[in-house]
Design a protein around this ligand. Structure first.
Ligand SMILES: Cc1ncc(COP(=O)(O)O)c(C=O)c1O
Length: 366
């Protein structure tokens, strides 16, 4: 018998990330409505679809390791230098790169209690201690975050807006957070859902980050740009930080399709406008409909809404009943929010079907 090889001890604390459910084990005759992973619900303009179909790649060649065409496009659109951009196989990969580059045993990574689950995972994987700060009414709280810092705090992650709560910090709060964090602590602002936000006191913080050397702002093509399957993320970093992260970025982490299609989708301004308009309307509609049904709703500015039940049993019965109707929503046990359910904004038919089923289920639960 061969021996089990001992592995990195810091991984012992880690439970693998569990993605939102996407399939019913039992075949259902009802159409599948997947509202569990905050994916985009609209499709690109017909012009973009045609262009995508015409892409012809030499599959035996490696992709451009610098993703130069896409880099140029992002640099112009976001008014940032080409050397300020780092790419990731999804923004998740960038979080791991950041932790591997800036954290190690003895150091600490900070996040907000209901912050995105990948942060503690990436912090622990780097051998550092994951420290969280309590929230107030499902919102990150600057004073609480600051109270958890010390000389070993080297990275602070904040998703703005946050998943799974959908709440956000204002520009002023982000500045306050940055100014009060220790100067040796890097602030990572995860703007995965920023394009959906229409509030005037909000910013993805790139313009602020450009004035400093201690902020990274991450973006993704997985949400409003509708390219979750291609795994395409990027970050604005001060040049000094891009240089560090480039040391550990896997050389060909962006496949050639992701580079080409990402570039095309950035040109599809109508798609972007339509998606923002659709989301603003339906996020309000869903929030109001759930409120009318007597369910507490966390005010969200992203493409999902999180509803709060009085207890975890009601939340899980609600999700299970929806699943029987082939509607998938996200239970939040892994976030230690077992009485909450997160639901992605779908298309009109999906949203209306969801509310129709929810009405019945909630009446039965009562
Ligand atoms: C806040 C937040 N950041 C990042 C991501 C991951 O994005 P990507 O698909 O680019 O890895 C998600 C995905 O759900 C998210 O909710």
């Amino acid at each position: 018998m061969s021996k089990t090889i001992p592995y990195n001890r810091s991984l012992k604390k880690i439970t693998p990330y569990e993605p939102g459910k996407s399939q019913n084990k039992k075949r259902s005759k009802l159409p599948l409505i997947k509202l569990s992973s905050n994916e985009a619900c609209l499709s690109f303009s017909s012009i973009t679809i045609k262009k995508i179909k015409k892409i012809n790649l030499k599959l035996s060649n490696y992709p451009d390791s610098q993703a130069n065409i896409l880099r140029d496009k992002i640099s112009k659109l976001y008014k940032i230098g080409k050397n300020n951009i780092i790419f990731g196989n999804g923004s998740d990969e960038i979080f791991f790169m950041i932790c591997n580059a800036f954290l190690s045993k003895g150091l600490e990574g900070l996040y907000s209690k209901y912050g995105f689950l990948i942060y503690p995972l990436a912090i622990n994987a780097a051998g550092a201690k994951a420290v969280f700060a309590n929230e107030k009414t499902y919102r990150a709280n600057v004073a609480n975050l600051i109270s958890k810092t010390n000389k070993n705090t080297r990275v602070c992650f904040i998703a703005n807006p946050n998943n799974p709560t959908g709440t956000y910090l204002t520009k002023t709060e982000i500045r306050k957070l940055r100014e009060q964090l220790p100067s040796s602590c890097l602030l990572v602002i995860d703007s995965a859902y920023s394009e959906y936000v229409t509030q005037t006191d909000y910013s993805d913080s790139i313009s602020y980050a450009k004035k400093r050397k201690d902020i990274i702002v991450t973006h993704t093509f997985s949400k409003i740009f509708g390219l979750s399957s291609l795994r395409l993320g990027w970050a604005y970093c001060p040049e000094s930080i891009t240089k560090v992260l480039e040391k550990i970025r896997p050389a060909f982490n962006l496949n050639a399709y992701a580079q080409k299609i990402g570039n095309l989708v950035l040109d599809d301004k109508d798609f972007l406008k339509k998606s923002i308009k659709h989301n603003s309307y339906w996020i309000n509609w869903l929030s109001q409909e759930f409120s009318k049904l007597g369910v507490k709703v966390i005010p969200s500015v992203a493409n999902f809404v999180t509803i709060v039940f009085n207890n975890s049993k009601s939340a899980s019965i609600f999700a299970e009943c929806l699943e029987k109707k082939n509607v998938f929503v996200r239970m939040l046990n892994a976030y230690k929010m077992p009485n909450c359910i997160r639901i992605t904004v779908g298309n009109e038919l999906q949203n209306k079907t969801l509310i129709k089923f929810s009405k019945k289920i909630l009446q039965e639960i009562k």
